[in-house]
Ligand binder design. Structure first.
Ligand code: PXL
Length: 267
């Protein structure tokens, strides 16, 4: 049985992040990819130079015909730049009873471009967190959402608690952005923290000192959604996706003049 995954996310025309990364990740796990564009961004490996958000009607116009035609096995959301888009996506999820929802709370690009405004961020928290099976903030995102400054593992727990109080059932905080200035164990490891209900699980991978990181967040959440579509549970999906992204970073093609896209391919 072919499993079908949908991404609602931004278009990065240079191919590293957003829906192109999501589609590649879905396909790498054998899922049939579908995609709706929330925003057309203007960017390359060196930075994001602007974006044009789609209207809520354009989101509905793209997504409803897909849902009328296919039975969806999972949904991943990425960059959702406006409150109107977020309200529309939340309404579609509720109305259609969609399952296996991974929300990547995309806040800003690595190069510092704000991909979402404050009003949209509060809509994301209020409307989408309660509908998500998993949210996948990185450390800067977890800090902006929770208001907790993260310098330690305890801070990560505190930030996760705040986000769970906001309505997120399960939270994956990605440790790739941890400050590595002090030499300790974390210096050589990329640790992700999965708060699964009341349990905390950590996933450790070798940290690669590299600039080839463009698209890692998108790819991870899409790979988790793909594995949920295949019927894996959340813990196994995160574990498989983490290894997948780590390998994609390790074998990145080093193209472009900035942060190279990672190598999203079947393993
Ligand atoms: O990694 C965050 C992200 C998500 N989606 C799109 C992006 C970016 C970062 O640049 O461009 C479309």
């Amino acid at each position: 049985m072919t499993k079908i995954a949908l991404t609602i996310a931004g278009l990065d025309p240079s191919g590293g992040a957003g829906i192109i990364a999501d589609i590649k990740a879905f396909a790498a796990f054998g899922c049939f990819p579908t995609a709706a564009i929330s925003s057309i961004t203007f960017q390359n490996t060196q930075g994001v130079f602007g974006s044009e958000s789609q209207s809520a009607a354009a989101i509905r116009g793209q997504v409803i015909p897909i849902l009328d035609d296919y039975s969806l096995d999972s949904l991943k959301t990425g960059m959702l730049p406006t409150r109107e888009i977020i309200d529309e996506v939340a309404q579609i999820i509720s109305q259609r009873g969609l399952k296996n929802i991974v929300v990547d709370p995309v806040v800003r690009s690595t190069s510092g471009f704000d991909l979402i405004d404050n009003s949209a961020l509060s809509a994301l928290i209020e409307r989408l967190f309660p509908l998500a099976d998993l949210i996948t903030p990185n450390i800067p995102e977890a800090e902006r959402i929770s208001g907790v400054a993260i310098d330690s593992e305890q801070d990560i727990r505190d930030a996760a608690d705040v986000m769970r109080e906001m309505g997120a059932r399960n939270v994956l905080i990605k440790g790739g952005h941890f400050d590595r200035s002090e030499s300790n164990e974390r210096e050589k490891k990329a640790i992700d923290y999965l708060f699964l209900g009341d349990d905390l699980l950590s996933f450790t991978a070798d940290y690669h000192e590299t600039t080839a990181t463009h698209g890692t967040g998108c790819t991870l959440s899409a790979a988790i959604a793909a594995n949920l579509a295949l019927g894996k549970d959340l813990k196994e999906s995160v574990s498989i996706a983490k290894r997948f992204v780590n390998e994609a970073i390790r074998t990145a093609p080093m193209i472009g003049r900035g942060n190279s896209p990672i190598n999203i391919k079947p393993i």
